[in-house]
Design a protein around this ligand. Structure first.
Ligand SMILES: *Cc1c(COP(=O)(O)O)cnc(C)c1O
Length: 226
């Protein structure tokens, strides 16, 4: 048998997640392309990421601007059509860099950030935006409170002229996630948004059953972070 290096193997964890996604989507009468898998590669080195790229995976998420800057320009030079999402908090002094680097910013969570982003919205390649909602109203967690979402959405869209693609949430760790996913779906429907970024390694199947369009999976794809 001749070795064909161009035919890269699908890493087993990626195959497993894809199969589980497909099962839940079918069970819930959703189209197989109704949800996208974001590989959350934070803290993982380039060598851990390239096997996924070689297998054709293109959607990734990082939680720090600096770390993403260290890793992704190199990877983009070698692989086309990469879609990179920011899923961690964005400081206003990093907005310009984030806008240049990311295709999607999922963590729009406050007025000051919205105003800063609005100042750059006419740049080419300006990222798609998700509003992060603090569905559990946790004091230590970033995100707009559910009660304040409608007003924040209006500020972003009407006053600042930003286009919003969807909502993102990170449920409290000590509560069942399902109620938070349902809430995020309701809030999105209220403001007329179709995209929902919700579900991680431990609960992405629940999220897919409840309408997630983007699941964010780290450890189940890459192994534990140290
Ligand atoms: C780290 C992280 C994830 C991935 O979490 P896992 O449990 O490792 O799948 C998803 N979303 C955000 C915002 C994260 O920071």
């Amino acid at each position: 048998m001749s070795a064909d290096l161009s035919e890269a193997k699908i890493p087993p964890r990626l195959a497993d997640i894809r199969a589980r996604m497909e099962t839940v989507l079918l069970e819930n009468g959703r189209a197989l392309d109704a949800a996208q898998l974001l590989a959350i590669s934070k803290t993982k080195p380039i060598e851990a990421i390239t096997p996924l790229l070689d297998a054709g995976h293109r959607q990734f998420g990082e939680n720090r601007v600096q770390e993403a800057q260290d890793k992704w320009p190199d990877l983009r030079a070698h692989y086309d059509a990469i879609e990179l999402h920011l899923v961690g908090p964005l400081q206003t002094n990093k907005v310009k860099e984030a806008v240049a680097l990311f295709d999607v910013i999922q963590t729009l969570d406050r007025e000051k950030l919205a105003r800063k982003l609005a100042g750059l919205k006419d740049e080419s390649g300006f990222p798609r935006l998700f509003i992060q909602v603090n569905t559990g109203d946790e004091p230590q967690k970033s995100g707009v409170s559910p009660a304040g979402l409608a007003a924040f959405y209006d500020l972003c869209t009407q006053e600042l002229g930003l286009r919003i693609a969807g909502l993102m949430c990170l449920p409290p760790q000590d509560e069942p996630a399902a109620a938070h996913f349902v809430l995020l779906g309701k809030l999105a429907a209220q403001v007329g948004l179709a995209e929902l970024s919700m579900g991680m390694s431990g609960d992405f199947e629940t999220a897919l059953a409840l309408g997630a369009t983007h699941i964010r999976v780290g450890t189940a794809l890459f192994g534990a972070r140290d």
